[in-house]
Design a protein around this ligand. Structure first.
Ligand SMILES: Nc1nc2c(ncn2[C@@H]2O[C@H](COP(=O)(O)OP(=O)(O)OP(=O)(O)O)[C@@H](O)[C@H]2O)c(=O)[nH]1
Ligand SMILES: [Mg+2]
Length: 327
């Protein structure tokens, strides 16, 4: 029984439409399933069913001694932190993709904010695979704690497999901008007899986009630094983000800064424009120095207090928190 080196799935030659398919004539030549081959060579991203979130967490809780939980900087929210808290073995929180924000924002402040806002008690570390910042931290923590095997777990697209490939140049786990890339657990040896186990990504309960809309999903995942965008909305004015979210100001004036992928289309519209007003409407008040989090997209920092009407497909995608920046 061999497994795909790209996604961990058991390889099979019988059914083209099932997971792990590899054509008969390739079986003895490569350990890469057809889906991974197509992602690598054609950037052809195909969504598949993954193990259920709870099954991934259960496996880690039952078999693991230590877990690194990865969460990307743009996507820190209650749902993710709740999943983190379901891990009941020793663990550490890794905040990935720190290349998204300007260098002058102090990691120490973000760490303190995470501890207070989300009651994180364990060690918190920051990394960027793309900028090769702090990527060796996994091995350092394992050596310091005398652990020889650890799981790397987290939401889909947080960058788990990219980090493992960086740590072992012979590792060729498939990575991609689409969700669900890694399908099963994959053991990779690092230096000094350390083993790290990649995990299938945990999926959001709800997403603001259609789950099959790969183009949209790609747009939410920037490859580079995010340029924050600041707007001032007069009473009645709205911003519309990528045709899925409308934020309408119903107070005198609202100053906001958006921290989301710059690939998303953002436009300002006025009362006469009814776009998205047929969606669910949520009325909420936001104070100066609070953030409005839109799960899966990023967040908006409020520079003034305001009363807002927010139109979107599901109100569970929203949350308000104390600002990431104001400490
Ligand atoms: N900007 C930035 N992008 C990154 C970084 N690390 C990974 N990425 C990108 O994030 C996307 C997802 O990376 P993966 O390594 O496939 O993520 P994953 O957590 O293994 O995803 P699943 O296997 O679906 O759970 C890829 O397009 C990576 O290039 C980083 O440090 N900074
Ligand atoms: Mg992966």
């Amino acid at each position: 029984m061999s497994r795909c080196i790209g996604c961990g799935v058991i390889l099979q030659t019988k059914n083209k439409n099932d997971l792990g398919y590899i054509p008969n004539d390739k079986y003895n030549k490569t350990n890469l399933c057809e889906r991974c081959f197509r992602i690598l060579h054609y950037n052809d991203l195909k969504l598949v069913d993954l193990p259920k979130n709870q099954d991934v967490l259960d496996t880690i809780n039952q078999k693991g001694k230590f877990a690194f939980f990865m969460c990307d900087l743009l996507n820190i929210n209650t749902e993710i932190i709740e999943s983190y808290k379901k891990i009941n073995i020793s663990k550490c929180l890794i905040i990935s993709k720190v290349d998204f924000i300007p260098k002058y924002i102090k990691k120490e402040n973000i760490k303190n904010w995470l501890k207070e806002e989300y009651d994180i008690k364990e060690e918190i570390v920051f990394i960027s695979v793309i900028k090769n910042q702090n990527t060796q931290i996994i091995s350092s923590i394992m050596e310091e704690k005398n652990i020889n095997e650890a799981y790397l777990v987290g939401y889909t697209n947080s960058g788990k497999s990219s980090l493992i490939n960086k740590l072992n140049s012979e590792s060729s786990i498939t990575t991609s901008l689409a969700p669900n890339t890694t399908i099963d657990f994959i053991k990779i040896n690092l230096q000094n007899n350390l083993t790290i186990i990649d995990s299938p990504g945990i999926l959001y309960q709800d997403t603001i986009y259609d789950e099959n809309d790969i183009l949209f999903i790609k747009k939410t995942n920037p490859k580079t630094f995010i340029k924050p965008l600041t707007y001032q909305l007069k009473k009645g004015a709205s911003i519309i983000i990528e045709g899925v979210l409308r934020i309408e100001n119903t107070s005198d004036k609202f100053n906001l800064t958006i921290y989301m992928s710059n690939l998303l289309e953002i436009k300002k519209v006025y009362e006469k424009n009814n776009q998205l007003k047929n969606l669910e409407r949520v009325n909420l008040k936001i104070k100066r120095n609070q953030d409005l989090v839109i799960k899966g997209l990023g967040f908006i920092t409020s520079k003034s207090s305001a009363s807002l009407n927010i139109y979107l497909k599901n109100k569970n995608l929203l949350e308000i928190r104390n600002s990431f920046f104001e400490r």
